[in-house]
Design a protein around this ligand. Structure first.
Ligand code: ZN
Length: 484
């Protein structure tokens, strides 16, 4: 795929945009011919898709609805942390937006959740090399109190090193855990190195640490610390837990490696404000045959409070909604397509779990989610019953012109649909996005609109519209075999 290298700000884009759109379409024609020919030859893995699906795909490549949603959410709402008034304003904004787009059965489904909010944040090396470090508190961090706490730093190059530390050995110290997370296309590095954030504070607390700072779970080299939730086990008293920006973590690493004791002052004053209201926004494109079971497509509406949640996850809400809008424009599908703009994903999947419980009685057939930014889709994965193999072949064939290959891994769905997939044993399709630069921005102040590449966002909409159109008009049996 000829694609203009991605400069951050889109100003240069009109010419590039027109050129790349033209190149996308002409490339598509070529690939479509090749696909058709190959499919004919192979007539195994990829069936050529009906022309109306390809026409819909072409229209979706010109989409502006997705970008409009990202622009609106990041501009008119901005940071929208779970359980806060900003998230409530975002739900009202979403309901109004979905109404203007012509969706049906739009509703806000509230639930209560324990809410944590940020306070003051400051870190500075007291000795031997006094200087400030860029820091942010992790979700569920305890408070140091306004005066803060000053203690000696104990350095662990990896989480495994921290785990190996003797119990009680960190009494009154500040643990400092690093890691070597790298950028990967599939984002798998986050799963491998993220535990420093997910469970590092809990482990440090159990070893007596007064506080902990970690190298941010990110891949950029800006002085933007990456926030994100951490979890303390029942019975473990939470400790102050912060993430340093990567340049500051590397600076602190150099300091400790000089062999002199390093004293760090940390001021983090977050609060737990108890049970607050959050909620899911749900809307539908009703299908003509409810007996077939609906397709639920999800994103999450909440964001962390440091940035405006453009890639995480306004783009996901834009992508799924624009794709459903294109299917709506093409005529009523057979299956109902239900949009789930889930609340409170970042702090514990409260929205997804509430949906999975409240809505398990509804007849679902398939679940999908977009929650990995706005860069191009490069692979499609399936978790479908044998009976639906022809359907998978058709989808795989229809996606090839967009430069999307077929994966061999089973699909698993995103965080907000885990509960409904589990409760209803649903079929799943994953459209895997390129996450190479996702963790440069993830949970940082830099998660802003200018980071969105409209062309790649359109490619996402085209991929999603293709899948929804094919599955939405299919009466294939999507019943998954019963779990053992
Ligand atoms: Zn997210």
């Amino acid at each position: 795929m000829v694609h203009v290298a991605i400069p951050v700000a889109g100003r240069k884009r009109p010419l590039a945009k027109r050129k790349s759109r033209v190149s996308q379409l002409s490339m598509k024609k070529t690939v479509r011919m090749i696909t058709g020919a190959t499919a004919l030859l192979l007539s195994t893995s990829a069936l050529a898709a009906p022309s109306d699906v390809m026409a819909l795909q072409d229209k979706a490549l010109q989409d502006d609805v997705a970008y409009d949603i990202v622009e609106g959410l990041t501009t008119e709402i901005g940071p929208r942390q779970a359980g806060t008034e900003a998230e409530a304003r975002a739900r009202d904004w979403a309901v109004a937006k979905l109404k203007t787009l012509g969706f049906s059965n739009i509703r806000n489904e509230p639930y209560m959740m324990p809410t944590w909010i940020r306070g003051k944040e400051m870190a500075s090396v007291v000795s031997p090399f006094p200087q400030k470090l860029a820091v942010t508190a992790l979700g569920n961090s305890a408070s140091t109190g306004d005066k803060g706490l000053t203690a000696e730093v104990v350095y662990f190059p990896t989480l495994a090193d921290l785990m190996a530390a003797a119990d009680g050995s960190l009494k009154g110290k500040i643990a400092f855990v690093s890691h070597a997370m790298q950028a990967t296309q599939d984002g798998s590095s986050y799963g491998a190195f993220g535990p420093a954030r997910f469970v590092g504070p809990n482990i440090a607390a159990k070893k007596g640490a007064a506080a902990i700072v970690i190298r941010s779970a990110g891949t950029d080299h800006h002085r933007n610390p990456h926030t994100g939730n951490t979890n303390f086990e029942k019975g473990v008293t939470p400790i102050p837990a912060g993430a340093l920006s990567i340049p500051d973590a590397e600076n602190l690493e150099r300091m400790v490696k000089r062999g002199k004791p390093v004293q760090l002052k940390l001021v983090l004053t977050p609060q737990n404000i108890g049970q607050q209201e959050s909620g899911n926004v749900i809307a539908e494109l009703p299908g003509s045959d409810p007996s077939l079971g609906m397709i639920v497509i999800a994103c999450h509406l909440d964001s962390w409070d440091l940035g405006t949640g453009a890639i995480d996850d306004a783009s996901g809400c834009g992508i799924i909604t624009a794709a459903a809008k294109h299917v709506m424009a093409a005529g009523q599908p057979k299956r109902t397509i239900r949009l789930l703009w889930a609340g409170a994903e970042e702090v514990g999947l409260w929205g997804g779990n509430a949906y999975g419980e409240a809505r398990k009685g509804d007849k679902h057939a398939l679940a999908m989610e977009s929650d990995f930014g706005a860069d191009r889709v490069w692979r499609v994965d399936f978790s479908l019953p044998e009976t639906a193999k022809p359907l998978a072949d058709q989808i795989a064939g229809a996606l090839q012109p967009l430069g999307i290959g077929r994966g061999q891994q089973p699909a698993s769905g995103g965080a907000d649909v885990q509960a409904i997939i589990r409760n209803n044993n649903l079929a799943v399709i994953d459209l895997q996005q390129d996450g190479t630069r996702y963790f440069d921005l993830h949970h940082t102040p830099d998660d802003t609109l200018d980071k969105i590449d409209p062309e790649q966002l359109r490619q996402n909409v085209a991929a999603w519209a293709t899948v929804l159109s094919i599955v939405g008009n299919s009466d294939a049996d999507l019943t998954m075999p019963a779990k053992e």
